[in-house]
Design a protein around this ligand. Structure first.
Ligand code: SAH
Length: 638
């Protein structure tokens, strides 16, 4: 199943009429959903049949699915799900598609359940209009309750509904961010309602001071909100706390858990901000630790004694050193684990070591907590390498469009980002970099994906044809990539030679090749050799990057080489900015090729010996209409 649909799994698709079933059938295959139909439709291929009432069936599926796609009247869906709804933080995404496939409605759990995102993705697949009625979506803002999701932040306490409503009304919201990525702040639309820091104190005059109507805390601290306060507040917890654990053999899970809870409580730290646990490698199989990590879905990082002993800790112990070969386990492991994400210096200890024992329970635990600079996302990153086609959005595949709209981060050359702007979603982090910085773009994308985010790297045309896909994969390989993490998926696009060909007819009907005239990365001798070989072998040839401001001679040399082997009257198509607003198409001949200006937005198609023009068209015969003596003439024209 394509990676884009993975985060919605498992998905149940439900149809009760033949039309609806047909509508969802292909969609189910694409999205990996299970399609459910009543017995009357049991002939529908690849569908599962439910017996009895749909209401009972949906109730049965409810807790085991992350998303539901109904092709059913919204009224009926509302009645079906009403008794099942609990809370927006728990309910699955519910999306409704109409029978004609014109609209995809995000009905329920738009934010936290990702129904908005799913509706948008399905709409792109069906060519339908997504119907999103959430206010933040209309304002172009990330949801208050989803803005930390890409970074793996945990939602803490607070009045989420009231703070979201404040944003929806466009009233000032104060954001106090103590830890975690600030990337989300950098990509907010103009006129957003967020105010960062403590503007009451920093404003130069009183008018500038805002009086916030709500507050968002982003920190590792567990704040107690007074129920009397009329300023609604929420707290997000980036996972920056690494809990170092030292324990005796056989210490129970309960004791370790209690020790962590008590330590957090007494230091006002949020358990939601815990990134993971850390200890010495000989404890990697300590049952209590392993069970706790499994139950809480936390990573366990372990370090050998010789590494632990290199850390300067506040409370070394000679007893511990004698026993395991390092004077500190908890403090040193916490600091090392916190260090492995980003920071250069040793991570600061938030909590020095505390020792816990409990009467009647076996073992003893030591706990220390260090804070990392970069949060642990707990997510497996993905790299979507996407070809956007020649220019018009219509020419981009639905799969590629879906991938762009699903990504947390979109990286590309600014011109191509503009072309795909309608696909972008509020809250997405969009990094447009100048055209020359391909390596920086690739490295940036890899860095973010390794951190756990879903990154779309966009190239025009096909991303694997003089595009970013090869560069990203090469960089991954150079960095010792295991081929799996981050995950990679390549989305093909219509490349310039196809786009150009389609505008002039069918010039590529016989064997053809592409040659880039750019000698920035390829020695010119190699390019010349390939031009000669292509000309000799009678390949129809597409020239990419034919000319830049500084590289002006190459196209003339290419023409001279072709003239040695091909008739001066050989048809040539010069297509500039295919499928873009300033598209220009010229049909000419090899002889007159240089009379038409070409630039970096142009593709030149040189026909083979049998290519002909007819009216405004360029056609290379394949041979269906019989043997063409002309076409087999292999000798160069005299
Ligand atoms: N990955 C792209 C190619 C990038 S190299 C693809 O698959 O199409 C850049 C070259 O592609 C340009 O110099 C030009 O030769 C060609 N090109 C890209 N977009 C084009 C368009 N819309 N019309 C004509 N040529 C185009």
């Amino acid at each position: 199943m394509p990676l884009v649909w993975r985060e919605f799994q498992p998905i149940a698709a439900i149809a009760t009429t033949p039309n609806a079933a047909q509508r969802l059938q292909l969609l189910s295959q694409t999205t990996g959903a299970t399609l459910w139909v009543p017995e009357s439709l049991s002939a529908i291929e690849q569908a599962q049949v439910y017996t009895g009432s749909l209401k009972a069936h949906v109730a049965q599926l409810w807790h085991h699915h992350r998303a539901f796609v109904f092709c059913l009247a919204t009224g009926a869906v509302v009645r079906l799900i009403a008794p099942l709804l609990e809370h927006k933080s728990l309910d699955p995404a519910v999306v409704v598609v109409d029978e004609k496939g014109q609209f995809v409605i995000s009905l329920c759990s738009g934010h936290q359940g990702k129904a908005d995102q799913l509706a948008k993705a399905i709409a792109l697949q069906l060519g339908a209009t997504p119907v999103l009625t959430g206010a933040s979506s209309a304002l172009g803002l990330p949801g208050v309750d989803t803005l930390g999701v890409p970074f793996g932040w945990q939602r803490g306490e607070g009045d989420w509904t009231a703070v979201s409503a404040t944003v929806a009304r466009g009233e000032a919201v104060q954001v106090i961010q103590e830890v975690g990525s600030t990337l989300w702040q950098e990509h907010l639309p103009q006129g957003h309602p967020f105010h960062f820091g403590f503007p009451e104190y920093t404003a130069t005059n009183r008018e500038e001071a805002i009086s916030p109507k709500a507050r968002i805390w982003i920190s590792a601290t567990q704040r107690q909100f007074s129920p009397e306060s009329d300023l609604p507040k929420v707290q997000w917890h980036p996972r920056v706390l690494w809990v170092g654990i030292g324990c005796e053999r056989g210490t129970s899970k309960q004791l370790i858990e209690t020790a962590i809870q008590q330590t957090c409580r007494s230091h006002h730290l949020a358990e939601g901000a815990i990134a993971g646990l850390a200890t010495i490698d000989i404890k990697a199989d300590e049952v209590g630790l392993v069970e706790l990590c499994r139950d809480r879905n936390l990573p366990l990082r372990t370090f050998p004694a010789e590494v632990l002993r290199s850390v300067n800790v506040p409370n070394p112990s000679a007893v511990v050193e004698k026993e395991v070969g390092t004077p500190s386990v908890a403090e040193a492991a916490a600091q090392l684990a916190a260090n492995s994400f980003g920071a250069q210096d040793v991570a600061p200890l938030q909590v020095k070591k505390q020792i816990f024992k409990a009467e009647g329970q076996p073992g003893a635990v030591t706990v220390a907590i260090a804070q990392s600079e970069q949060e642990y996302t707990g997510r497996t990153g993905q790299l979507f390498l996407i070809g956007t086609g020649p220019g018009q959005l219509e020419q981009m595949t639905p799969a590629a469009q879906t991938a762009v709209s699903q990504a947390d981060v979109v990286i590309g050359y600014s011109l191509y980002i503009d072309l795909i702007a309608p696909l972008l979603r509020p809250g997405q982090i969009v990094e447009a970099l100048p055209i020359t910085q391909e390596r920086q773009r690739a490295e940036r994308a890899i860095e973010i994906a390794q951190w756990g985010l879903v990154v779309a790297v966009v190239s025009s045309g096909d991303c694997g044809i003089y595009g970013m896909a090869g560069l990203v994969l090469e960089e991954l390989r150079a960095g010792g990539w295991d081929g799996k993490t981050p995950g990679v998926q390549v989305f093909p696009g219509i490349t310039a030679l196809q786009a150009a060909a389609s505008r002039v007819g069918a010039p590529l009907m016989h064997d053809f090749c592409a040659i880039s005239l750019s000698d920035l990365l390829t020695p010119w001798e190699v390019i010349e050799k390939r031009l000669t070989a292509a000309a000799q072998a009678d390949f129809i040839t597409a020239l990419y990057n034919p000319r830049s401001q500084t590289r002006t001679q190459q196209i003339a040399t290419a023409r001279d080489i072709f003239l040695k082997y091909r008739d001066p009257m050989t048809p040539v198509a010069i297509v500039r900015a295919a499928y873009r607003q300033d598209e220009q198409i010229t049909l000419t001949t090899l002889e007159k090729l240089l009379e038409t200006p070409v630039d970096m937005l142009t593709t030149v198609l040189i026909g083979n010996q049998s290519t002909r023009t007819y009216e405004d068209w360029m056609i290379t015969p394949r041979g269906y209409l019989g043997f063409d003596a002309d076409a087999t003439r292999l000798n160069p024209p005299s």
